[in-house]
Design a protein around this ligand. Sequence first.
Ligand code: NAD
Length: 483
Amino acid sequence: MATNGTCNGFHSEKNIESSGSDVKPGSCVLLTGGTGFIGSHAVVEVVNAGYDAVVVDNLCNSNQDSIERVEKITGKTVPFYQVDILDSAGLREVFTRTDANDNIDGVKSHEPEETSVASVTSGTTGTTGSSVKPGSCVLLTGGAGFIGSHTVIEVINAGYRAVVVDNLCNSNRESIQRIERITGSTIPFYEVDILDTAGLRGVFARHQFSAVMHFAGYKAVGESYEKPFEYYMNNLQGTLSLLQVMKEFGVYNIVFSSSCTVYGAQQFLPADESHPTGNCNCPYGRTKYFIEQILYDICNTDKHWNAVLLRYFNPVGAHPSGLIGEDPLGVPNNLMPFISQVAVGRREKLRVFGNDYDTPDGTCVRDYIHVVDLACGHVAALKQIAADCNIKAYNLGTGVGYSVLEVLKAFEAASGKEIPYEIVSRRRGDVATIYGKPALAEKELEWKATRGLKEMCEDTWKWQSLNPAGYLTSENSELSKSQ
Ligand SMILES: NC(=O)c1ccc[n+]([C@@H]2O[C@H](COP(=O)([O-])OP(=O)(O)OC[C@H]3O[C@@H](n4cnc5c(N)ncnc54)[C@H](O)[C@@H]3O)[C@@H](O)[C@H]2O)c1
């Protein structure tokens, strides 16, 4: 096959768009793991059926001799690349090859980029849970975002040092400056994507972390139906990349931003932590569920690890200073930022998705929690990690449900503004009522939400009215300087 010349079954732009109908004899098939037991036999049959075959394998459990034997059996040359499938750059090179003959003279090896982990880890000490105490340094991934930025403040208020990693895909660097203003502390900030394992290593080499609070991820339920691949890639692969670097540097403590979406449609109310998980109704929820499962598996097999899974209900509100708050890019997906943008005149009216649910006023009921309470819950989780908890899940909510129309009325009272609204059809993925039982967090973390709906609305309104367009206005830069 390779001697036939171009092997372009999976490499060209034309073929990127190719459909199943192009999969016919004469086309080119890539077999990952093609030197292994089953893969090598599959190569023979693929070639016998008239396809061109190309093999990628890192030889971690196989031998390159198998390719020569396959070639002997089939009488065809099989291009082989010793590439690890974790090495995206190496894979890209395989996919962009235009001529399979380029490679048949010898094995092309794409070693993963050499990062001198040994040298950068030499300064670290293999941190254990017992060192998670005030004065130690905590990494917050996604720390420039809504919940992360509020948590940085509470982490610092509790006496820890904080470092932020964020790729700013849904946030603004200005939030870091405002946190510094509120806390009077300098926050080391790294614009790094958590998928960039080498970039993360650079951060871990500079700081000795006692724990990681992992907020970074995509979070929109609706968008996750449209872009499931992006959600799995960013949330799952991003987390794996982070866990890999944590392990390399001996940082085994993680507080993970999970969600009540792991419960799916609730089988009983209020949901406590024993409620079944996994019956999620959207790809976003499944990413949270899968990450929880990964953490359970890791913690159960390696006792170095401690993980606290915080299942948030519906975070709203803002820091009482009005300096930081939720600043969604584009049309808000969540109720409170939508209402506040209507109140401030950025949007004409609120769209209420359905008023025919089985709830007192027909609109969806949710368990809203003030973001500052939520942030304090993370500090409480650090104490649990310090006690070598292994792995524990906690609901963080108030245990009280409010309907969309109740929130709307409360916001009108807090802002003094009338909020026009219209009822539209139900939104995909929404369930009628969600509220949780936060008793376990109260008992074991000694944490309890103290801020009610009135304070949630007042603080949201303060943030929104002081920052009508979010972080990005010259007006806001002045605000940042003057407070
Ligand atoms: N807000 C909610 O209603 C809610 C509810 C339950 C759980 N959560 C979870 O809490 C976490 C924080 O949510 P939020 O409301 O603050 O969202 P957010 O979008 O404001 O914050 C997430 C931050 O992560 C960053 N980020 C995303 N992908 C990244 C990547 N690959 N590398 C580096 N940075 C990346 C974004 O730029 C953003 O600053 C998320 O994991 C979310 O799924 C949020």
